[in-house]
Design a protein around this ligand. Sequence first.
Ligand SMILES: [Mg+2]
Ligand SMILES: [Zn+2]
Length: 179
Amino acid sequence: MKIIFLDRDGVINKYPGDKLYVTSLAKFRFLPQAKEAIALLSKHGCKIFVASNQAGVGKGTYSQKTLDIITRKMLTDIDKVGGKIDKVYYCTHRKDAGCACRKPKPGILKKAAKEYGFDLKKAYFVGDTIRDVITAENAGCKSILVLSGREKLPNKKNWEATPDFVFKNLKEAAKFIIK
Ligand SMILES: [Mg+2]
Ligand SMILES: [Zn+2]
């Protein structure tokens, strides 16, 4: 069975912009084909987790309740097309809180591996930032960078880590993973 971690913003839904957050349900917009990509992974028996930093909660920019509403709607809409996310993990701490779960620390991934009993070396982490690539490295996962969010190819020379694989979006990544 394949294990897939997905970052949220820029992978599943539209990247809100540098230093910006998805602060309301109205601002949560699925990227084209993202739900279908998750459904494709589910159809092939993958276990899927979301691993996302949402420090805006810790900063008070939006509430835990708002985040919960967004999560519920996201899961419902994905379910409608036949996709299943096994669990959503967030780090809602501020950067200066020094927690173990804020990416690029591998805390969230390790937690999921412990809860569900799988080997992180076999897991894929799909993200839209180099921080996600570093998170994958720190956890020992295979990294997939998608170009549907923050990171773009012309910036490649500045990347502090090298992704194992690069794809245009989650749909292309999903097609690769199930092959
Ligand atoms: Mg992201
Ligand atoms: Zn945290």
